[in-house]
Design a protein around this ligand. Sequence first.
Ligand code: ZN
Length: 270
Amino acid sequence: MEKLIITIAPTGSVPTKKNNPNVPIRPDEIIKTGILCEKAGASIIHVHARNPVDETASTEFHLFEEIHQGLKQETNLIIQISTGGRAGMEYEQRCERLSLKPEMASLTTGSVNFPSSVYVNSPDLICALAKDMETHGIKPEIEVFDTSMIQNALDLADQDLIDQPLHFDFVMGLKGAIPATIENLVHLKNSIPHGSTWTVAGIGAFQLPMGIHAIAMGGHVRVGLEDCIYFSKGKLASNEQLVNRIVQLSNIMGREIATPDEAREILGLK
Ligand code: ZN
């Protein structure tokens, strides 16, 4: 079986230090987390920026720039910048960071009802972000919150807005998104084109079981405090711990871990 690519999503836009003191907020904290997670076995880092003062999600270019530069200098990780936005963030605020030309960026191909807000990704916005990624030579990770988003991505590929082979991230178990069941995971896996790669991000308590299913099924795994702040019931996690657990499980299950360069090969990054 293909070696396992582990993505670390250390920060996201929601959890704060009050929820878990291990959430890296400042650029230097995110860079340090990247170094530790690479050592632990991660090959991709999924990056959000936060306002260092109040810890809210930030669209500030200079923060993304500082994180991107630091990670490039200090690690060999594949840097994947999130183009996600919260309520009120427009295209202009979500595309600027792509000019940093990270190797990857996330591209959500549809809208979702989050627990208390709507995550809006209009067809025009999706096309515009896809075009920007194409222009800058960035490989999108297609964020799939529901099955229809796969078809939306295939339509973009038909219009030559994204290149095959496609890479998907199945976000499962978030209220409003596809439920985290093994049946749904099999359905998503069977719905993507042959030759595509996929990873799974189980939210909350689903992070561990979905990761185990993905290891067994030949997919890849995303872990991190963005998706779950706990290691086990009532016990807070650190990002390195979450990576380390997947490495151990994968070793037990007989699947080797990809280095960042091996991950580049698997994903067809130039
Ligand atoms: Zn994210």
